[in-house]
Write a new protein. Structure first.
Length: 336
């Protein structure tokens, strides 16, 4: 382990970095830029490349992701390049890129989408595009090359499971003084991810609880599935049936006027995202001599980047400003 890394020093730098985040109001303000060119100038402070707007959106997204990774490595020091946990965490960007590749394969794109340059060795053979079998060949994603029929939603579910299992395994090998409350933070995050996946699979695939269990993320030594399993036992069309559920606060209070009450899955997803975000903010100030603040920073930065991605997409699609601002607020947990 790199001896130059001091968690207390990293914590101080994390707090300074958070103060510069483009969260909430900043992301919402971008929605008023009107054009992607203006949003680029606001984000980066320089002139954008001469590209069609669609390509400019992609270029901005890559730059945001690369800058976030660069900031993370700067905060973590040399440890981020060598420690197994940080490698697993940095691979989150690769998992996100694989999901984009799945969509591109599904739509028959002639060329692969461009991805951010990652500071870790790629698990992909992207130069083999459009040969799916060759692109995904290898130990980590080889299962995506198997068979002729593919379900993109279930593949993305498996990618989420695989990512969190790799991350949790790496976290379990950290020294106790660096681990701190990291296992608890991961368990809460995974628990909420499982809730959302369970309700999605029931709603959109008509799966029963027994089938859904195999699609939930199981963490060794920690119960991260019981809230999701409990949710599956409750009736989606009965508000009273959700009373007493662990995450009852995620459930919508009302529906459109004139409609009978039903569980609003989109509302649950947004509220789960906001709760994860809120928990991460609190975790940033817990265990300052551990890696918990740095992990919280990474995930919050990921939320920020996703919010700005959505703003850029909304500007490109000429969505109403209020809708774009509301989307940004949903991702960051801030007010629009």
């Amino acid at each position: 382990m790199a001896v130059s890394f001091r968690p207390e020093y990293s914590y101080a730098r994390v707090l300074g970095s958070v103060a510069r985040f483009k969260l909430g109001e900043r992301a919402s303000a971008l929605a008023k830029a009107g054009r992607v060119v203006e949003a680029w100038k606001s984000l980066f402070g320089d002139a954008p490349p001469q590209l069609p707007e669609r390509l400019l959106v992609s270029a901005a997204e890559r730059r945001l992701e690369e800058e976030a990774l660069k900031d993370f490595i700067s905060l973590a020091g040399q440890l981020s390049r060598h420690e197994e946990f940080f490698k697993a965490l940095l691979r989150k960007s690769e998992y996100g890129y694989v999901k984009r590749l799945i969509v591109a394969f599904e739509s028959g794109e002639p060329t692969p989408p461009e991805g951010a340059k990652l500071p870790i060795k790629s698990s992909l053979q992207i130069q083999a595009w459009p040969d799916r079998g060759q692109v995904f060949t290898g130990r980590r994603f080889g299962w995506l090359a198997e068979g002729d029929r593919h379900d993109s939603v279930l593949e993305k579910n498996r990618l989420d499971r695989q990512y969190y299992l790799e991350l949790a395994r790496a976290a379990s090998r950290l020294p106790a003084e660096l681990k701190g409350g990291l296992s608890r933070v991961l368990r809460r995050e995974v628990e909420l991810e499982n809730v959302v996946w369970a309700l999605r699979l029931r709603r959109y695939y008509g799966m029963g609880a027994d089938d859904i269990r195999s699609y939930l993320i199981e963490l060794r030594g920690s119960n991260a599935t019981s809230a999701a399993v409990d949710a599956l036992s409750r009736h989606p069309d009965s508000k009273s049936d959700w009373s007493g559920w662990k995450y009852e606060g995620l459930v919508n209070e009302s529906v459109k006027e004139g409609e009978d009450w039903h569980l609003d899955l989109r509302h649950v997803e947004v509220q789960a995202r906001r709760k994860i975000f809120s928990d991460l903010l609190l975790s940033m100030h817990a265990g300052t001599s551990s890696l918990v603040p740095l992990y919280a920073w990474y995930r919050i930065k990921e939320y920020e980047t996703a919010a700005i991605f959505g703003v850029l997409e909304g500007i490109h699609l000429e969505a109403p400003v209020d809708e774009i601002a509301a989307f940004a607020a949903q991702y960051t947990g801030a007010r629009a």
